[in-house]
Design a protein around this ligand. Structure first.
Ligand code: RTP
Ligand code: MG
Length: 141
């Protein structure tokens, strides 16, 4: 397995619930290292740009409104198999379908307020990391 980088976002619901630390602990216990991070209030344009692949989907407006409803914690995670490791930690998009012990099963309330985002491919990870971080803001593990 290769050392990879992936983009993670702790969404406004989980930031409001004050569980950033509990979610970071799960990253750490899975061998993922935070190599860049920022707490940020996204503008509507930033959220729309980030989720541009979902522009035609019926839930796009709700998704953007939710993502700008409060600050988000954005981080780059680095480690062996980081993209899939993070997706496994997150659980299914709909928390009702997420496996017990996953972040979404334990912290999410609904398919909209579902606690975390994680890149779904290495190609998207590279695009998403560059969307939020300059090269100089991402540090060697
Ligand atoms: P994410 O991109 O946030 O990591 O989530 P994901 O890959 O598990 O899910 P994705 O299909 O990429 O959808 C992005 C976000 O849109 C919301 N969504 N709502 N109402 C719906 O049917 C629906 N489907 C997706 C979710 O908040 C999801 O995280
Ligand atoms: Mg996705």
């Amino acid at each position: 397995m290769a050392v990879e980088r992936t983009l993670s976002i702790i969404k406004p619901d989980a930031v409001a619930k004050n569980v950033i630390g509990q979610i970071y602990t799960r990253f750490e216990n899975a061998g993922l290292k935070v190599v860049a991070a920022k707490l940020k209030q996204l503008s509507r344009a930033e959220a729309e740009g980030f989720y541009a692949v979902h522009k035609a989907r019926p839930f796009f407006n709700d998704l953007v409104n939710f993502m700008i409803s409060g600050p988000v914690m954005i981080q780059v995670l680095e480690g062996e198999n980081a993209m899939q490791t993070n997706r496994d930690l997150m659980g299914a998009t709909d928390p009702k379908k997420a496996e017990k012990g996953t972040i979404r099963a334990d912290f999410a309330d609904s398919i909209d307020a579902n606690a975390v985002h994680g890149s779904d491919s290495l190609e998207n990870a590279a695009i998403e990391i560059a969307y939020f971080f300059a090269g100089t803001e991402v540090h060697a593990a």
